[in-house]
Design a protein around this ligand. Structure first.
Ligand SMILES: C[S@@+](CC[C@H](N)C(=O)[O-])C[C@H]1O[C@@H](n2cnc3c(N)ncnc32)[C@H](O)[C@@H]1O
Length: 404
């Protein structure tokens, strides 16, 4: 490893994470030892309106450093390397150095200890692989990146920083790396709505598979699965505040309203006494809805002006179905429109009512099982510890922040 003195901005941030209990001492030391700026490309991307705009270190060195050593994620690639917006602007972040506190959360959730061999999915900049290498020794770390240019850059950065023995594979992380198995941990830094069985098969019994998970309806979080001696893995969400970009082959379509709704559509109209906040707020009801209403994405829209009106769209681009709930203050029934082969509002409210009828199970009661046949998600029996919930605040609240 390269010996560096961490810049004061970074040292302060890392110490702050340690004081909050987010970062244990061994990881704090690794965060301070790994030279973060070696891993961040000269050009990063910042949000400007709906676009991502390049920021070059050569033009704005102080701003570049402030972002690299700051608390937010740093977007390092857009649109799979081919900016899709006008004038070189990007539309969608496709690689990033994740937020430092989220990296810490994932490493801690992985319960990584010296002596272990770890497979990371989603090399990105190589920064997380370097942290793992700092603690475990580079020869114990394998990382896979689907994008050849990113993999090459990460490989070079790892070598520059003194972690050249990390195995960087260019390929689809969904297949894992059977040549290196078994691993003690598979840590994914890219979300897997359906956890690939290869990750389970390549983890030794008793080992962990830790991955961000997300869904079209928006509930998202960090999933931790323990691999059993029967070759299956079980577990659940250990955090519900993070949301990551997905494995390339599992990207969730999040259509804009204009992609699904046409002016010529003639919707069915009705009214509901179920406030849409109940369908959207918190983690518990939305998670149950996400399980039962696949492919449904929601979009909040506030009305122009300040009269307290807003609406929620429920969208499924695949079947070109949509529904719209219109909120008006001081009403106890609200108009609903539905169009297309799916009656999305009916589906969502039916799922909500089943969740309500089941005693409003909290999100941590859902157990994930991954077998060679695929992924199952089921409700575990209630225990006193899992029967408390707090979900139904009035008003609308957006889903988890995108942090990867
Ligand atoms: C949030 S970034 C990972 C950040 C990274 N751990 C770091 O420290 O910079 C997610 C990465 O996963 C990669 N990715 C997406 N799909 C993948 C796949 N199927 N296999 C391997 N990598 C994938 C993306 O190209 C992106 O670089």
């Amino acid at each position: 490893m390269t010996t560096t003195t961490a810049p004061p901005l970074w040292a302060g941030l890392v110490d702050g994470l340690a004081e909050q209990g987010v970062l244990s001492e061994p990881w704090r030391a690794a965060f301070l030892a790994v030279p973060r700026e070696v891993f961040i490309p000269e050009v990063i991307w910042r949000d400007v309106g709906d676009d991502l705009v390049p920021l070059c270190r050569c033009d704005e060195p102080a701003e570049w450093l402030r972002r690299v050593y700051g608390p937010r994620y740093v977007v390092t690639q857009v649109d799979d390397g081919c900016p899709a917006g006008p004038e070189g602007r990007g539309r969608v972040a496709t690689s990033s150095a994740s937020r430092p506190d989220i990296v810490a959360l994932m490493l801690e959730a992985g319960q990584v200890e010296p002596g272990m061999r770890v497979l990371e999915i989603g090399t990105g900049t190589g920064y997380t692989a370097a942290l793992l290498a700092e603690r475990l020794g580079a020869h114990n770390v394998t990382t896979i990146e689907v994008d050849p240019a990113l993999a090459a850059r990460a490989r070079a950065a790892l070598a520059t920083a003194g972690y050249g023995e990390v195995t960087v594979i260019t390929g689809d992380g969904a297949h894992g790396y059977p040549e290196g198995a078994p691993f003690d941990r598979v840590l994914s830094t890219v979300a897997a709505p359906q956890v690939p069985y290869s990750w389970v098969a390549q983890t030794r019994p008793g080992g962990l598979v830790v991955t961000p998970w997300n869904s079209a309806y928006e509930p998202a979080g960090l999933l931790s699965l323990t691999v059993g001696s029967d070759g299956t893995a079980t577990g659940g969400l250990v955090n519900t505040t993070i949301s990551f970009m997905q494995l390339r082959a599992q990207r969730i379509a999040r259509p804009a309203v204009a992609d699904v709704v046409r002016e010529t559509d003639i919707p069915e109209r009705s009214h509901t006494d179920l406030h849409a906040a109940r369908l959207c707020n918190g983690d518990d009801a939305p998670f149950a809805i996400a399980m039962e209403v696949p492919g449904c994405h929601r979009e909040f829209e506030s009305a122009a002006g300040d009269d307290g009106r807003w609406c929620v769209w429920f969208l499924d681009a695949g079947s070109r179905s949509w529904a719209r709930f219109d909120y008006q203050p001081d009403a106890d029934r609200w108009p609903v429109q539905q169009f297309g082969p799916r009656r999305l509002f009916d589906e969502v409210t039916a799922a909500y009512r089943r969740w309500d009828h089941a005693g409003r199970p909290v999100v941590t009661r859902w157990r994930f099982t991954v077998t060679p046949e695929g992924q199952r998600v089921e409700l575990a029996p209630a225990t006193p510890a899992t029967s408390v919930h707090a979900s139904d605040a009035a008003g609308f609240r957006a889903g988890p922040a995108r942090v990867s």
